[in-house]
Each structure stands twice: as C-alpha cells, then as structure tokens.
Design a protein around this ligand. Structure first.
Ligand code: ZN
Length: 491
C-alpha cells in the first residue's frame, strides 16, 4: 500500500492585455461557478490542464486532491487589462489562509497561465508560488502548468519545483501537460524525481500572430524541445514564446529545462534551444506575412479569381471584436460570397433581440465600430436577416447582403476557429473574414481546408499590432530586444 499523499490544487489564470483601458477587477472573477473550490474546482475545464491533472493524479493510489477556493477565468476572458491589486490580494489571501487551515500538504498544483499582469505585482505567478511556499514549507513539492505565452524568467522556479508548458500553438496539449504535472508531482513527492532546473532568456520580442507552431521556424523550437524530451530520460523542456501585450519586465522568449537532479545538463539543453532561437531570429519574425487591409483584400480577390479558394482573411489585431476595417474593405473592393464572422455589436444585437428579429426580416442599419478607436467607424448594411438566435450566452444575427455575402453579428468578441461549427452551408462561401491570430489554424489550416490564408491589420497600429514599438510600454525597454535593438546574446 503506497503512503498517502495530499495535494492542494489552486487555479489563478489570465492573459492580460495591459494596454486595454478596462482593468480586470475583483467582480470580473466572481460569477456563478467562480470562485470554485473542492470538487467543483477539480471539475472545471475538464479538457484542459485541470482535467488532465485530476485524471492522472487519481490514477495513483492514495492521492488526495484538495481543491482550494480559486477564481476561474474572469468573465471578460482575454478582453480586459491590468488585474487590480485588490483582486489579486483578495484571492491569494484566501488561498493562503485555506492552505494553512487545510494543511499540511505534500504537494501543490498551481494551474496558471503565465501572462497575468497585476498592478503593483510584477511577477504574479512567482509571487503566488513564493507565498504558497511560505505556508507549505521547503519539503513540499510545488508544480505548475503554463501556457507557452507565459511571461516568465527564473523567478518562478526559485519558489516552485516544476513547471510544464504547452508546446503547440494552437494549444493542443493542455490536457497532456496537466497529466504530466500530476505524474511528476507524485514522483517528486515519493522521492523518485529530484527536480533540477535551468532557465535562459532569449531577447526576442514579437507579436503572437507570428507564433503558429504548424510551420518553421516556430515549429522547430517545439520540435527541438520534443526531441530533447524523447532522447533523454526525465528531461522536460518549456519554450515560452511570451506575450508581448503585457507590459511586464519578464516579456520575451524563455527556455526552462528540468532534469532529474542534474542542473548542469539542464543548462546545456537550455543553451542548445536558446541558441537555436537566436540563430533563427530573422526567420522567427518573417515567417508570417501581415498585410494591411486594402492589400490583403486585393490578394484575396486575386486568389478567388485564380481558383485558390476558400480564402481566410484573418484580422489578427482586433481586441474588441467590433472592428469594421476588414468589412469596410470587403465592401469597397466588391467581394462576393464572403462570410464575415463576426462583428461584435452589443447595441444592435440587443435591439434586434428586443424587436423579435426573425429570418426573412429586412435589415438596414449601422453596425460595429465605435467602442474605441481600434474598432473604427460603423458600417451601414442593407440586407435580409437569415437567422437570429440566442446561443452560448449571447445573441447572434446572420444578415445576408451583397452578392452571397453573410455578416454574422455577435454580442461579444468571437474568435471563429472552425468553419464547420457555424451552422451555415460553408460550400457557398469563397472567403471567410474572421477575427483570430492563430487559433483559427485549428479548423481552417491544420486540416488543409483553406487554400489561401491572409493575415491582416489596419493601417494604424492599434493595441493588437505587430508594430510593438508603437505601444506605450513603461516596464519594457524595447532596445533590449531583437528586432528593436541589438541585445547582447548569448549571455
Ligand atoms: Zn496562449
């Protein structure tokens, strides 16, 4: 009979766009189901990190999981800025108090993202680990899972023992990394794995739209990490690409390597991957071409004429969901058979809902734009309502207009990742105009569906731009990063 093991489970995750004006507040984390504790927390996100962790941990005999009261993702999703100090201190304070009353624990699982940004707390995930360590003591094992967009440096692993980040973008392996964290936590608690680590920063900073791991050279970084894990027993490699839209001091690429007690070997492997990233720095920044709207839509028109449809037009920079720049350009250049999905317009959808809008009704009105300058101007659409439904917590209205075009209105920002999930006859469209950076590759590209893929942004560098030097950073000195300066590397 294996000795029994008690593991505390905590969740605190956000990917913070600090350039957004609306802070992520305490009340954004509080809604039916959040915060969650006990079994409810363990059942949250069953297909993601948490699900994998719980499933694997419970395959070991004698493991008890204790769900500590934790906030789930805020209801704003990724559409809100700095997490307030009040929100952070309130939840972390409660977690620490509960760890004290429910302890002692042999191990702790921290389900985090890595790109949370908190006012006044520069490295929130590391700070959480530091405070947890104070309570659980030096002999407990602390393990975490991360998104590869986490902004990390060596601080987290000063307080925690292990971290496991996803290797794919889109993030196909969240569940797998959760499983790994559970297995390694149990092994480390039983003394079968003695985590030693190395961390190396690579001074490269770029926009997330470029980081698709389905093609070189971003794929090469993931592949190199997988190769090291395959060829050496007990080696775990995290390649953090980083999240540039959080104005925090640990942005940029970070390599973390774990070995079973061999810090020197960990550093050799970290150096190997850091060197690979640096050698490929030019290619990392040029692999995904980004077009301005007029040029991109013109290329889509040419592609359709040459039979290279379906085409994806992805506006990667829209952070509100209401941006109309792409819609405007599609109308100006007279494209036909385009599905535009979506334009977020809370006012218009609420009005249509109140009026009992239904299929067959005529529509003539201004839609989208206005929420801030990055959303642009509203666009007038005259057409016919094809459907109007309440689903997934918002109201959706499909409007047919022009020659075979369909505009899908939503209440909130929507990232369409799969054409087959939309409920339209997808064969009738030659192009799909969506709001997504990389996640759309899941259903439009990795499966070979789209023949032409064009990524676009407006002429002005709004907050989702690839032109990072247009953003008002205060905590990041861009000159310390390629391509904005000539940083010293290797260090
Ligand atoms: Zn991510």
């Amino acid at each position: 009979m294996a000795q029994s093991i008690r593991i505390a489970v905590l969740h605190f995750a956000h990917e913070t766009v600090t350039f957004l004006k609306n802070d992520t507040t305490l009340s954004d984390f509080i809604y039916p189901g959040s915060p969650a504790s006990g079994e409810a927390l363990l059942k949250a996100y069953p297909k993601s990190y948490m699900g994998g962790f719980v499933k694997m941990a419970r395959e070991f005999e004698g493991v008890e999981l204790v769900g500590i009261e934790s906030p789930l993702w805020p209801k704003t999703g990724t559409g809100s800025g700095w997490v307030t100090e009040e929100a952070f201190e309130t939840f972390v304070g409660k977690m620490i108090a509960e760890l004290k009353t429910q302890g002692p624990f042999d191990g702790v699982y921290l389900c985090v993202h890595g790109a949370m940004a908190v006012r006044g707390v520069m490295r929130p995930e590391a700070e959480l680990a530091r405070r947890v360590r104070e309570v659980v003591g030096p002999s407990a094992i602390i393990a975490a899972t991360f998104d590869l967009h986490g902004n990390e440096d060596d601080e987290f692993l000063k307080h925690a023992d292990m971290g496991f980040a996803v290797k794919y973008f889109p993030h196909y392996d969240e569940y797998l990394q959760g499983e790994r964290a559970a297995r390694m936590l149990v092994r480390a608690i039983r003394g079968d794995y003695k985590p030693a680590h190395a961390v190396r920063k690579v001074p490269i900073l770029t926009a997330t739209v470029r980081m698709w791991t389905g093609a070189s050279p971003w794929m090469d970084l993931s592949q190199r990490a997988l190769t090291w894990e395959a060829r050496e027993v007990d080696v775990y490699v995290n390649v953090f690409f980083g999240f540039p839209f959080a104005d925090v001091p640990d942005v940029g690429i970070t390599i973390q390597v774990l070995t079973n007690g061999d810090a020197k070997r960990a550093d050799e492997i970290a150096k190997d991957i850091a060197d690979l990233a640096w050698r490929k720095r030019e290619a990392l920044l040029s692999s995904t071409k980004i077009y301005f709207m007029a040029e991109g839509v013109a290329l889509a028109k040419q592609a359709i004429a040459k039979g290279e449809a379906p085409v994806v037009l992805a506006d990667h920079s829209d952070r509100s969901g209401s941006a109309t720049f792409l819609l405007k350009e599609i109308i100006a250049q007279g494209l036909s058979h385009v599905l535009i999905a979506t334009i977020a317009d809370a006012t218009t959808t609420a009005k249509l809902k109140a009026a009992g809008a239904k299929a067959g009704d005529a529509f003539d009105g201004e839609i989208g734009g206005l929420v801030d300058e990055s959303a642009g101007e509203p666009v007038r659409i005259k057409g016919t309502i094809l459907n109007a439904v309440e689903a997934y917590g918002q109201f959706w209205v499909g409007i047919g207009f022009g020659r075979g075009n369909v505009l899908l209105l939503s209440t909130y920002l929507v990232q369409i990742m799969d054409p087959f999930s939309l409920g339209f006859d997808i064969q009738s469209f030659k192009a799909f105009a969506i709001k997504s950076r990389v996640h759309f590759r899941k259903g439009f590209d990795d499966n070979g569906f789209a023949k032409t893929i064009l990524l676009l942004e407006p002429d002005q560098p709004f907050l989702g731009t690839i032109y990072l030097d247009a953003l008002p950073y205060r905590n990041v000195d861009l000159k310390q990063y390629y391509p904005y300066g000539n940083p010293v590397f290797p260090s």
